[in-house]
Design a protein around this ligand. Structure first.
Ligand code: S6P
Ligand code: ZN
Length: 188
């Protein structure tokens, strides 16, 4: 008997504007303190909420899909917009799909050999994150950025590599809106 056989079908109600789930299960909160060292300029206030992840738990096996919504608050630290920590999947070739639900954001992706890509996130965008690409979302708007993600269940998360190297580019607030600039601290 595998986990798969033990899992009965179920439905979750997703609020497409707020990103909340009913029933609510696991919620992970990230505050500015959890993002220390990730912004070029250290934010002053330590306890502001930056994002919440609402998960739909399933067994973390390659036969399952893990799904979640992320609600990323608007705000800036220095010129950088609020963002997620960002990660590679521990099992590097595991892919992910992001479906934009509300707000205005960017999905920043990077490979370990230094290539990068920046895609929009807004209501209706479906972004494919291929295996081997680290991914971080950035809220460039004034409202919460809300998106749904689904990924292969045994992917796992490697936060350490991104913590060491950073991403090749940053998304900063320019005079005419968001700009993509080289990250002076990026180390491959
Ligand atoms: C999981 C997926 C998302 C993120 C979430 C928070 O593979 O990419 O659910 O976990 O957006 O970002 P992070 O980088 O803190 O996990
Ligand atoms: Zn991921």
């Amino acid at each position: 008997m595998t986990d798969q056989a033990a899992l009965a079908p179920f439905t979750t109600l997703l609020d497409m504007e707020l990103g909340t789930l009913d029933p609510q299960r696991e919620v992970t909160e990230r505050r500015l303190d959890d993002l220390r060292g990730m912004f070029l300029e250290e934010p002053e206030a330590g306890d502001s909420l930056v994002y919440r992840v609402y998960a739909i738990p399933a067994p973390a096996t390659g036969a399952n899909l893990l799904c979640s919504t992320t609600v990323l608050e608007p705000g800036t630290a220095g010129r950088e917009y609020y963002m997620t920590k960002g990660h590679f999947h521990q099992v590097r070739d595991r892919a992910e799909v992001y479906l934009g639900l509300a707000g205005e954001g960017r999905l920043v992706m990077a490979t370990e050999d230094g290539r990068h890509a920046v895609e929009p996130i807004r209501r209706g965008t479906v972004s494919y994150v291929p295996g081997g690409w680290a991914h971080r979302s950035v809220n460039v708007g004034r409202e919460p950025l809300v998106f749904f993600a689904a990924y292969v269940g045994d992917a796992g998360h490697d936060y350490g590599t991104v913590e060491r190297t950073g991403f090749p580019v940053l998304i900063v607030a320019g005079d005419d809106g968001p700009e993509v600039v080289a990250n002076p601290r990026y180390r491959r």
